[in-house]
Design a protein around this ligand. Structure first.
Ligand code: SF4
Length: 316
């Protein structure tokens, strides 16, 4: 594989793509501008620990709000991905070797931030035999050691090119929530997520539950990429068939003109309708708003669910 990174050019691998003009965002997509003391402190801890965040790499619109509250989603295993998904702002190319000290630095940062709940994600590492499974497991173990009261959510790649032991390695480390995003409806995979397989991703989450039913599973999609309403409902049904517990649905925002075009902005009322349908299908947690992202308010959502479960156990 060629190393496509060129100094000074952030996303050279997307240079061959046609320009898709970025449409003006509607009024309902309003975000807090980054800044303030909390934001600066989160940024300092990330820099001091030499950590990469998906908040910055993906150009997440919620970074002002999340970082002000000390919530950053760390992205392990480098900042170069082996896949070329057309919605994603992370650079594609040949990644560096794994940094064996990274799990310790992640744990240190989480301890300093004093997080009740942390979300850890990664780039895709098709260049590694285990897809980075052992590195995920080491990160979870380091977090358990340094921040034992913090609940851990991982947002993983699909381990498509690995044997079954890769997933088993990650599950054996016992994250509290195992998240893997389906990202879009199956018909759009060839144009949005060309290196992935919809039913493989679904089966990955189903297997997590089969291996360890005590782990919550979570997945999400973006809307506004060109999907139909009935296709979104079918994805929800597929997710419930795979025993997925939590669902997130958010508006796709186009990072640059070289990325997949926004087909349309889904209205807040349509999001409410998706949310209502999802609760009806039996998800334990649903977040469906224009600004919903996998890790947006993930800690609050998880704490609410855990409280509800404890109350219901106490009543039983
Ligand atoms: S929603 Fe997630 S990715 Fe976006 S800023 Fe918040 S923590 Fe980071």
């Amino acid at each position: 594989m060629r190393d496509l990174k060129i100094p000074g050019e952030r996303h050279p691998e997307k240079a061959h793509r046609p320009d898709n003009p970025q449409p003006k965002k509607p009024d309902w997509i309003r975000v807090r501008a980054p800044g303030g003391q909390g934001y600066a402190e989160t940024r300092r801890i990330m820099r001091d620990n030499n950590l990469t965040t998906v908040c910055e790499e993906a150009g997440c619109p919620n970074v002002g709000e999340c970082w002000s509250a000390g919530h950053a989603t760390m992205m392990i295993m480098g900042e170069v991905c082996t896949r070329g998904c057309t919605f994603c702002n992370v650079a594609t190319g040949r990644p560096d070797a794994l940094d064996v000290f990274e799990p310790g630095r992640v744990a240190d940062a989480v301890q300093k931030l004093g997080l009740n709940h942390v979300v850890i994600t990664s780039v895709d590492r098709d260049d590694l035999d285990d897809g980075g499974a052992e590195h995920f497991a080491q990160t979870i173990r380091a977090l358990r050691h340094r921040a034992p009261d913090t609940t851990i959510e991982i947002l993983t790649p699909d381990f498509l090119k690995c044997g079954p032991e890769a997933l088993e390695t990650v599950v054996a480390a016992k994250p509290d929530v195992f998240n893997h995003n389906l990202e879009t409806v199956p018909a759009l995979y060839p144009s949005v997520r060309p290196g992935a397989r919809y039913f493989h991703s679904l089966r990955l989450l189903q297997r997590v539950k089969e291996i360890d039913p005590s782990i919550f599973t979570k997945s999400g999609i973006m809307v506004g990429l060109g999907e139909g309403r009935s296709e979104v409902h079918q994805v929800m049904d597929d997710m419930r068939s795979a025993n997925i517990d939590f669902l997130t649905i958010g508006q796709y925002l186009q990072p640059t003109p070289k990325h997949h075009a926004v087909d349309r902005f889904v209205t807040p009322d349509e999001f409410k309708s998706y949310e209502k349908a999802a609760w009806g299908k039996g998800f334990l947690m649903v977040s469906a708003t224009p600004l919903t992202r996998s890790s947006y308010h993930a800690g609050e959502d998880f704490a609410r669910l855990r409280d509800a479960r404890e109350k219901s156990l106490a009543r039983a």
